[in-house]
Write a protein that binds this ligand. Structure first.
Ligand code: ADP
Length: 169
């Protein structure tokens, strides 16, 4: 059975804590890098209005990937997931902006690409859960943990976007 298509909502996840500096960790997985999708994926976040504050190409070891996916270590697909993530370079990024975590997930699409709406990254470029091109944090708390795992202090760049007053009211 397919997972439900994510519901689009006009309300930010935490209306009381609306922040234009919310950060999410987005990674282009090895299949996305190999398939030449770094540009199109960056473009979707950039043109939506999010601000790139950190980016690097990395090939993390298995220990790092096991820590990233620690919550899934009991799953039968875990060893395959780790080999897949270890199969080539990953483009690791931090994107910042209003409701970045939840909206980032909407831009990626559902975990299973067959359930992802057209117009989402997975819905436009992928067919299988085991080759779903991209990762995005699923909560603000996990975004903080993932950013701390993937980036060192000093790798984030703080800058003021000239488009800010055209993106936010
Ligand atoms: P998401 O990446 O959308 O947050 P999960 O946290 O559930 O999804 O899973 C993490 C990653 O593990 C998925 O993006 C996918 O690459 C892989 N995965 C999840 N379920 C399966 C599965 N049934 N078979 C193979 N790989 C899977």
């Amino acid at each position: 059975e397919r997972p439900a298509t994510p519901q689009l909502s006009v309300k930010p996840e935490n209306p009381d804590k609306m922040s234009t500096t919310e950060q999410t960790f987005i990674a282009i997985k090895p299949d996305g890098v190999q398939r030449g999708l770094v540009g199109p994926i960056i473009s979707r976040f950039e043109t939506r209005g999010f601000k790139l504050v950190a980016i690097k190409l990395v090939t993390p070891g298995k220990e790092h990937l096991e820590a990233h996916y620690a919550d899934l270590k009991e799953k039968s697909f875990f060893p395959g997931l780790i080999s897949y993530m270890n199969s080539g370079p990953i483009c690791a990024m931090i994107w910042e902006g209003l409701d970045a975590v939840k909206t980032g997930r909407t831009i990626l699409g559902a975990t299973n690409p067959l359930a992802s709406a057209p117009g989402t990254i997975r819905g436009d470029y992928a067919l299988q859960t085991g080759r779903n091109i991209c990762h995005g944090s699923d909560s603000v708390e996990n975004a903080k943990k993932e950013i701390a795992l993937w980036f060192k202090e000093g790798e984030q760049v703080s800058w003021k976007s000239a488009l800010e007053s055209w993106t936010y009211e």
